[in-house]
Design a protein around this ligand. Structure first.
Ligand SMILES: Cc1cc2nc3c(=O)[nH]c(=O)nc-3n(C[C@H](O)[C@H](O)[C@H](O)COP(=O)(O)OP(=O)(O)OC[C@H]3O[C@@H](n4cnc5c(N)ncnc54)[C@H](O)[C@@H]3O)c2cc1C
Length: 386
């Protein structure tokens, strides 16, 4: 039977996260971003209260929940004005992949830190010369005695300045020099040969983006998560949660934009009635509300499929949810700005600062065009154009 009501535990989790995040709020978040500071207090509190580790298995100190719970945490943080990019990466991709494919030693080493938020890990797949085409990834790993040697580079990698390690997607190179399937390597940010450079962005966020360079980075054999040849299955065990989280990040921001817009439309009076009485404003806002609700439902479906172990179905659902959420947040922020008139672009009302972040949801972690390609080919069985 399909149930459209979230469990009591999930609703209690949402409320607890929302109450905590509102103590910080949008002003705190943007002030930190403008000052070039981190939101360490917020991350630490969310970690201590178990919100960041809600999906980590209980035996490692986590909440034992699923990606649906973590997505609820991400959405409530964003709705409260604190959209934390690293929640999409560290607890969602990295902790999930290590919990599913790591050795006992790797789980002991990393999962307790993910459970209480004291460990943060980045994730690096995107490369300058490959972009959306993961078949063109060239970052390579080869074995040299008792070590791996990593060479290559990545760009637009979030939070490298504040994480302990980065989970890097690299392809093994065999003795003949041929590049094989991609696999996942844990690379400490202080490893010799790992350097990174900040990319200035117009997205107002305390979390920064970096270009990474790997020059003969030597890693112990247990840096490899999973097996050398499991390739894409392992990768997608992390990428599907990432898409579900990115969708929640987007619907959270969209909910915030709509809340602000509705409040403004109810109270601002220019002629004889509040501006929200004009259908020219009310109908687009109502359309946005429907779009956001559709995206939330799709995200919850994707999370439920993933948590039920249905990886294949979850892949399609996660892609679709991410697309729907990206469109919903772009429309909601745009309309919220319109409703606010000139105030929509003022610093005081905080909507202008959301513009670039809302557009990000159409680009990362996978662009809307690549999702449309996926749906055209896999859902509709249309021929591939590229
Ligand atoms: C703020 C931010 C944070 C990020 N964080 C991370 C991170 O932590 N880790 C990480 O690995 N990456 C990260 N990324 C990278 C992000 O995932 C990529 O930017 C995204 O996947 C697109 O890749 P690209 O920028 O190289 O664009 P390109 O691949 O160059 O694409 C450019 C445009 O062409 C379109 N396009 C390309 N191929 C096709 C095609 N076949 N059909 C139709 N259209 C096509 C794309 O949709 C896009 O619109 C981040 C990016 C941003 C902006």
């Amino acid at each position: 039977m399909i149930n459209f009501t979230e469990s009591e535990e999930r609703r209690a989790l949402r409320k607890a996260v929302a109450d905590m995040a509102r103590k910080y709020g949008h002003e705190y978040f943007t002030a930190k971003a403008r000052a070039g500071e981190k939101t360490d207090e917020l991350w630490a509190e969310a970690g201590k209260l178990g919100y960041l580790g809600v999906a980590v298995p209980e035996e490692y100190g986590g909440g034992g929940g699923g990606i649906g719970d973590l997505a609820a945490v991400c959405e409530e943080l964003a709705t409260a004005g604190c959209p934390l990019l690293l929640t999409v990466v560290s607890p969602a991709i990295c902790a999930t992949v290590i919990a599913r494919f790591g050795t006992d030693e790797q789980k002991q080493r990393w999962l307790p830190g993910f459970a209480d938020g004291t460990t943060k890990m980045g994730f690096a797949i995107t490369e300058p010369d490959a972009g959306s085409n993961s078949h063109k990834l060239t970052t390579a790993i080869h074995r040299d005695g008792d070590e791996w040697v990593l060479n290559g580079g990545k760009y637009y990698i979030s939070g490298v300045d504040e994480v302990e390690a980065v989970l890097v997607v690299a392809r093994h190179v065999d003795a003949t020099g041929q590049r094989l399937l991609p696999s996942l390597m844990i690379v400490p940010t202080n490893a010799p040969g790992f350097t990174y450079r900040h990319i200035p962005m117009e997205v107002l966020s305390p979390e920064k983006q970096f270009t990474c360079f790997f020059d003969d980075v030597r890693l112990p054999l247990d840096a490899l998560v999973g097996t050398e040849d499991a390739g894409l299955a392992q990768l997608f065990a992390g990428l599907n949660p990432e898409r579900i989280m990115a969708a929640s990040f987007a619907t959270g921001m969209a909910r915030r934009a709509l809340d602000l817009a509705a409040e403004y439309a109810r109270t601002r009076t220019v002629w004889d009635t509040p501006i929200g009485a004009h259908q020219g404003l009310a109908h687009p806002l109502a359309q946005c509300a429907i779009q956001v609700e559709l995206a939330r439902l799709m995200t919850q479906k994707a999370a439920a499929l993933y948590d039920a172990g249905e990886d294949r179905a979850a892949g399609e659902a996660a892609n679709m949810a991410k697309y729907a959420a990206g469109e919903a947040v772009a429309a909601a922020v745009d309309q919220a700005i319109q409703v606010h008139g000139g105030n929509g672009l003022s610093s005081e009302y905080g909507l202008g600062a959301m513009l670039a972040a809302s557009r990000l949801s159409r680009i990362a972690p996978v662009s809307r065009e690549m999702i449309l390609n996926y749906v055209a080919q896999h859902t509709l069985k249309l021929p591939r154009s590229y």
